[in-house]
Design a protein around this ligand. Structure first.
Ligand code: SAM
Length: 284
């Protein structure tokens, strides 16, 4: 068995199984051993760790995870990859592969059964077509987490860690920063994958907050306000929120809350910090 984290090893396996890439599953496999080593060290994987890998592909990063972690669960949607993973992971007895759609899997149950409900590390080279639902799913289902170290599109990584008043700041930044402390670790050129994606990528680490950094009475309402504020990004916050019919807020009500928060009547959502959104939602 050749090592996989290089073009030769990957091509050998693809040919052996006559594997055809499925574009619909966002299949871009890593072929650079330096990047793989850097992901493992960014995630600070040790023999104490239980790791969930999302989308193992042919098992390239899974092998590195098995070498470094105590136990690995790898969830892969593509049935055609199952015999390949059985082959490439045959040397390891600390891994289980689950053939499932990560968005439909009860991850909390797996963490309960396999790790006694203790926090896990998530490591993945994510399928880019579902980056946001995967991350938000982990957060909103309150999966016990220590950290999430993931490869995403470079622009998405930038959005996750951007601050108020910048062009990248939006609902994703606020959600990620409510649940975690994001840190872009390094960027990854398109040439490190097979096939080459059309975009550059970055590895970002989200260190989970055991307690959110702001006090919110109703998380659901805060995120509805955030979504409404950024739906109509160029409008003032008063107009965006009073136009969002599901919220049932009058202009006067929003204006009076803004006044109490000492914010101008003309302020836009993109200027508000997470703390200000939390206070606004508590007030409304
Ligand atoms: N980890 C491998 C690597 O780094 O070479 C493959 C990464 S590739 C970018 C993404 C992987 O996620 C593919 O193997 C794809 O089949 C899988 N995938 C796509 N959608 C998925 C889903 N909903 N649930 C689980 N796996 C999925």
């Amino acid at each position: 068995m050749p090592t996989l984290g290089n073009p030769t090893g990957t091509i050998y396996i693809l040919k052996k199984y006559n594997f055809q890439f499925q574009k619909k599953y966002g299949q871009n496999f890593l072929i650079d051993s330096n990047i793989l080593e850097n992901i493992i060290s960014a995630a600070q994987i040790t023999k104490d760790d239980f790791v969930l890998e999302i989308g193992p592909g042919i098992g390239t990063m899974t092998q590195y995870l098995c070498e470094n972690a105590r136990e690995v669960i790898a969830v892969e949607i593509d049935k055609k990859l199952m015999p390949i993973l059985e082959d490439t992971l045959s040397a390891y007895n600390n891994v289980a592969v689950i053939n499932a759609d990560i968005l439909k899997l009860d991850i909390n149950r797996i963490v309960d059964e396999k790790n006694g409900g203790r926090p896990i590390k998530v490591v993945a080279n994510l399928p880019y077509y579902i980056t946001t639902p995967i991350i938000m799913g982990l957060f909103e289902k309150h999966v016990p987490l220590e950290s999430i170290t993931i490869m995403v599109q470079k622009e998405v990584a930038e959005r996750m860690q951007s601050k108020p008043g910048t062009k990248d700041y939006g609902a994703l930044s606020l959600a990620v920063q409510y649940y975690s402390a994001p840190q872009v670790m390094f960027t990854v050129p398109a040439g490190c994958f097979m096939p080459r994606p059309n975009v550059d990528s970055a590895v970002i680490k989200l260190i989970y907050h055991s307690k959110p950094p702001v006090d919110v009475n109703d998380e659901g309402l805060m995120f509805e306000l955030i979504r409404a504020s950024f739906n109509q990004r160029r409008k003032t916050l008063v107009n965006s929120l009073s136009n969002a019919t599901d919220l049932g807020l009058t202009k006067d009500k929003v204006l009076s809350a803004l006044e109490k928060l000492q914010l101008a009547a003309t302020v836009r959502g993109e200027a508000l910090t997470l703390e200000q959104f939390a206070r606004l939602s508590n007030m409304l």
